[in-house]
Design a protein around this ligand. Sequence first.
Ligand SMILES: Cc1cc2nc3c(=O)[nH]c(=O)nc-3n(C[C@H](O)[C@H](O)[C@H](O)COP(=O)(O)OP(=O)(O)OC[C@H]3O[C@@H](n4cnc5c(N)ncnc54)[C@H](O)[C@@H]3O)c2cc1C
Length: 304
Amino acid sequence: MHILDIFARDTTTFSFEFFPPKSDQAAAQLFDHIAQLEPLAPSFVSVTYGAGGSTRQRTHELVLRLKQQTTLDPVPHLTCVSHKRADIQDILTRYAAAQVGNILALGGDVSRDVAGYDRAHDDFKHAADLVRFIREFNRASLHPEPRGFGVGVAGFPEGHPATPNRLQEMDYLKAKVDAGADYICTQLFFDNHDFYDFRERCELAGIRVPIIAGIMPITSVSGMKRMAELALGAHYPARLLRAINRAGDDADAVRRVGIHWATEQCRDLLDNQIRGLHFYTLNNSYATLEIYRNLGVKNSAALR
Ligand SMILES: Cc1cc2nc3c(=O)[nH]c(=O)nc-3n(C[C@H](O)[C@H](O)[C@H](O)COP(=O)(O)OP(=O)(O)OC[C@H]3O[C@@H](n4cnc5c(N)ncnc54)[C@H](O)[C@@H]3O)c2cc1C
């Protein structure tokens, strides 16, 4: 379904993010978790896109499988890195043929495995260029839906590390939205004040599209450290770290603290007219299921 219709239907959207599994065994496990999550009736789910090679094909396979074998509405991620226009045209054509409704258009990061990769080889430098290209694809009526693909883009409440000048960064975000984005999905954050301030700055900049908040429950100390490396610049509030330290080496207590924190974030965001909550599931259903349980509901409809 086109994202504009999803926003028209759901006053608050709920979405879950998955990454493509690397083996048949991992795929079987993922689909066990998806079976647990499906009754929560999310507005859509999204599938990340890797830095290169076979992982990219796996995104396509997972998107198609979700579309064919579940009731979920998959939104594939697509990145500029290591792509020519013809590759993107081919990918969009295949998604259009499969009636995929929406794409999350991203810059992407160069893979750490490809040392010294020169981005001058890429046809698109920034996500805004990819958004423009998808809009051209839409205008050429190459999608069965007359409006073509709905398009999402990424936003960074605490700033993106490559652009330390936060005023300039907001100009770039505005340009990305003006290029034709229908919504913004944010990077994870642990302090809702960062999100509210970002939302206000977007409003001041004249950005009017819905902004969906990215929620990432901490479920282990090692996972938290890995995430700090992937989401560079993310702010871990002292109150959160103190609570995690109190749990010490009790892994279950750390998990409960992390899920409690994420639940409180969601409760507060829901109380403050959030347009959508996007859960980074890391292909595991437990944390998301527990947050819904903590919020006292059986599915997304009860939260809207
Ligand atoms: C919700 C979400 C999902 C993600 N999913 C994936 C995924 O599936 N696969 C993946 O590889 N990565 C993913 N990422 C990571 C993302 O690709 C990287 O963080 C990337 O570095 C930034 O992506 P972007 O789309 O914001 O890029 P861009 O919008 O291109 O921005 C990248 C940097 O360039 C700056 N910039 C923008 N326009 C200009 C300009 N005209 N001139 C100079 N500088 C400019 C921006 O301020 C920013 O610092 C995701 C991130 C988020 C928040």
